[in-house]
Design a protein around this ligand. Structure first.
Ligand code: PLP
Length: 367
């Protein structure tokens, strides 16, 4: 069998090849390449999909995050609460504006532990950034209540969780702003960089539109120092094609993961769990083991690639040494960084590939 990669994007492309190619040619021939009708249509369709009033297409998920904090007026001197075990982009979204991240430990579902947030709230706290990590919706009810109690802004990083729900409500709609990435490997992926914010607040919608285009609403009349975070027509068009198939693509991943959950059986391996009331759209299938190096090598020898999300938590990365959060201060975050492993998961994975992954993990350390 061909080597199994932790992720591959070609299978999903070829499955819908005709539709993608037709759309690409249509956009190429249209003569309009940035912020046009494809972007407008995608924004409408994605807002409808999420169940939000507005969507603004942007150049990346990181832009969605920092622009979110910028329009909320959160920057220097302010603190934003975020989970310790997130992808570093979440933290950069906070610090690009000069705000300070305050890390909270994750729960057993790899999302922020809502019971540990209140003790971190200070007079400087302005917002909570909830990351729906690996595709599972976070425990939103206590978080929404804390935001009300302390008058905090709520921003959601939904880069890994397109369409995930908590108690029937889609992620991205619980607070002020939902931030999405459409980086190619995300569950709703473009063929290059792309991102978006969703919101129910028409002022926020307007402000984000101004910032993404050099701070201008009207061409050459610049109100604020903005950015260039425009979405390309070709990406928006291809995202519209992909969005039409997102439900079935999510179902396919859920079926692969339900096989993993029922068939992987090895006491050296801890499987992911799903919180009651939450849904999981499986951006990653993340297991944990105390024998990670051995397992990586064992699977590699069997032709199976794996990947670690993420080996260095943001507080221990060189980029954030200035925060002075020392090793040992976030023991659960650090333990996860030392033990997590993502096993192969992608649309178009064959039954044989899934079986090989299952059997290989099951035979690990069993002599
Ligand atoms: C991918 C990702 C981002 C950043 O998205 P880009 O489009 O790569 O800028 C932010 N947060 C999380 C949790 C992500 O997984």
């Amino acid at each position: 069998m061909e080597r199994i990669m932790p992720n591959r994007l070609d299978r999903a492309f070829y499955k819908y090849q005709d539709e993608f190619e037709k759309k690409a040619i249509e956009v190429l021939r249209s003569g309009w390449y940035v912020l046009g009708n494809e972007v407008k249509s995608f924004e409408k369709e994605f807002a409808t999909f999420v169940g939000a009033k507005h969507c603004v297409g942007l150049a990346s998920g990181l832009d969605a995050l920092w622009i979110a904090f910028r329009v909320l007026g959160i920057g220097k001197g302010d603190e934003v609460i975020v989970q310790g075990n997130t992808y570093i982009a979440s933290v950069m979204g906070i610090t690009i504006n000069g705000a300070t991240p305050v890390f909270v430990e994750p729960d057993e579902y790899y999302n922020i532990d809502a019971s540990k947030i209140e003790e971190k709230i200070t007079s400087k706290t302005k917002a909570i950034l909830v990351v729906h990590l690996y595709g599972q919706a976070s425990n939103m009810t206590p978080i929404v209540n804390l935001c009300k109690k302390y008058d905090l802004r709520l921003v959601e990083d939904c880069a890994q969780a397109h369409g995930a729900k908590f108690e029937g409500k889609q992620v991205g709609t619980f607070g002020d702003i939902g931030c999405f990435s459409f980086y190619p490997s995300k569950n709703l992926g473009a063929f290059g960089d792309a991102g978006a914010i969703v919101t129910n607040d028409s002022e926020i919608d307007k402000d984000v539109r101004i910032i993404r285009n050099y701070g201008s609403e009207k061409r050459y009349y610049n109100k604020v120092v903005g950015a260039n975070s425009r979405l390309d027509e070709i990406q928006a068009g291809l995202l519209r094609v992909r969005l039409k198939h997102l439900k079935e693509m999510t179902l396919e991943k859920q079926e692969i993961c339900s096989r993993y959950l029922t068939e992987i059986n090895n006491d050296k391996i801890l499987l992911p769990r799903i919180r009651e009331g939450a849904t999981h759209i499986w951006h990653q299938f993340v297991i944990r083991t105390n024998n990670r190096e051995d397992l990586i090598k064992y699977l590699d020898d069997k032709g199976i690639g794996t990947i670690i999300h993420y080996p260095i938590p943001p507080h221990l990365s060189e980029a954030y040494s200035y925060l002075n959060v020392k090793e040992g201060e976030l023991p659960i975050t650090e333990e996860y960084a030392n033990t997590v492993l993502s096993i192969p998961l992608y649309n178009g994975m064959t039954k044989e590939e899934i079986t090989l992954v299952v059997n290989s993990i099951n035979s690990f350390m069993k002599g």
